[in-house]
Design a protein around this ligand. Structure first.
Ligand SMILES: [Ca+2]
Ligand SMILES: [Ca+2]
Length: 440
């Protein structure tokens, strides 16, 4: 491991985070994804069986064969390339480009059993502006990639769909250990981006891109800036995803610079930074909208355990639950370094973060939320709310947080997937309490 990276205390966090991974959020996250991939597989495999391998629309790449590059070369626009189980390695299986053709590259089997191993000799795919949403990479693993930008995949103005892709143990020497996006609008769903590393953006780096992540786990990645993500001039959306146990010098889960993504129904937990922003570090002019999300057990070696704001960054945090975050200095929940920052915290619960859950020179506006009484804030609704959180940070029957949220704009689905409001009002925090028999 290069010495520029922070130490690996995050490995401990990675072990701890499994207890959250078994929570109802993740179970519902993956259940929500439906059966589309299985149906598609059946259709494709049925077509291959009916017409044989020589069918014009379907091509097969087997491990040990001539390699994916030569299969792509003979494929026509709109064709499907089936990757057979096993490890695809060698020169014919790295630094691949699709030659302007829209292809579906589909793993035939469990994504973990189909591996493109770049063996540290290059990246798997370089996609460009010819590769739009009809370019689909689905159901396989990319590991061992190494490149300056985008160790596993680089997208230059591309907008491909990545479905059930595993980007594991890739490295960038500049930015984007797993994937690097220079412009474009990639859609990443039901995927895992784990154990990648780069100086900036251990998992992903987005530069003036508009990514859409859903149902994706960004876990255990390592960087100097932005363990999970680095977004520069990039907005986009992150929904029903887990950003857990990433590690960085600054911005454990993510660094945002001139980037204001919309983060909904996500769990951001167990991330760690040696300096500001154990979870999210808003560097400059970055005002993400964070809704119906959990920020749990993130740690900063300086200020801002969950969120650190600087240089006119004013995130808007609505219906979120903070618990167990920690900062060595101050701002276990949210820290704003300057008066130019005006984070808004609304209808949220800041638990387990005393003292100074919200601190710094910024003009944080906390309203209609519950937070530790030790902060002496006039906006505390009821400290019993915090004590009433279950061990899994969900609400329990009779919690003061039930129906205590606001009538203003809210998402109609809570973190768990329950419809909100249930009962006479929306609940505080990320979770809407519903009677057990009504839980989805
Ligand atoms: Ca309610
Ligand atoms: Ca719920």
């Amino acid at each position: 491991m290069a010495s520029m990276y922070p130490g690996r205390r995050g490995i401990r966090a990675g072990r701890d985070h499994r207890r959250f991974a078994k929570g109802p959020g993740e179970r519902k996250m993956f259940r929500d994804q439906g059966s589309f991939p299985m149906v598609k597989w059946a259709v494709v495999l049925g077509a291959a069986a009916w017409t044989g391998v020589g069918h014009a629309g379907t091509h097969v790449a087997a491990p040990g064969g001539p390699g994916l590059r030569s299969v792509i070369a003979v494929a026509a626009d709109g064709d499907t390339v089936l990757l057979l189980p096993g490890t695809h390695r060698g020169e014919g299986n790295r630094d691949l480009q699709l030659e302007g053709k829209s292809l579906v590259i589909l793993g035939q089997g469990a994504p973990e059993s189909i591996v493109i191993d770049c063996e540290g000799q290059g990246r798997a795919f370089l996609l460009d502006r010819n590769d739009g949403p009809s370019t689909i990479l689905e159901g396989f693993t990319i590991r061992g990639g190494r490149a300056p930008q985008g160790g596993g995949i680089r997208c230059d103005g591309a907008a491909p769909r990545l479905v059930q892709i595993r980007l594991v143990d890739n490295e960038a020497t500049v930015a984007g250990g797993g994937i690097y996006c220079d412009g474009g609008a990639p859609q990443i769903s039901e995927s895992k981006i784990s154990w990648n590393r780069a100086p900036s953006g251990g998992g992903l780096f987005c530069d003036n891109a508009t990514p859409a992540l859903s149902g994706t786990a960004v876990t255990g990645n390592l960087a100097v800036y932005g363990g999970g993500f680095y977004c520069s001039g990039s907005n986009g959306s992150i929904t029903t995803s887990e950003i857990n146990a990433n590690l960085a010098w600054a911005g454990g889960a993510m660094c945002l610079s001139e980037s204001s993504p919309r983060i909904t129904r996500c769990q951001i937990s167990e991330n760690e930074a040696q300096t500001g922003g154990g979870g999210i570090r808003c560097v400059q002019l970055s005002s993400p909208e964070i809704q119906n999300s959990y920020l749990l057990n993130n740690r900063s070696g300086w200020n801002g355990g969950a969120i650190h704001c600087r240089n006119r960054s004013s995130p808007r945090i609505v219906h979120c639950t903070f618990a167990g975050n920690f900062a060595v200095n101050e701002g276990a929940g949210i820290f704003s370094i300057s008066k130019s920052c005006e984070p808004v915290i609304l209808y949220s619960i800041l638990a387990g973060s005393p003292p100074q859950a919200v601190s710094g020179n910024g003009r944080a506006r906390v309203s209609a939320s519950a937070w530790p009484v030790s902060d002496g804030t006039p906006t505390n609704i009821d400290s019993r709310t915090i004590q009433a959180l279950r061990s899994d940070h969900r609400l329990d029957m009779g919690s003061p947080a039930v129906d205590a949220g606001g009538p203003e704009a809210y998402l109609e689905v809570d973190f768990d997937g329950d419809r909100r409001p249930w009962g006479s009002g929306v609940d505080l925090g990320a979770d809407e309490w519903v009677p057990k028999e009504e839980e989805r």
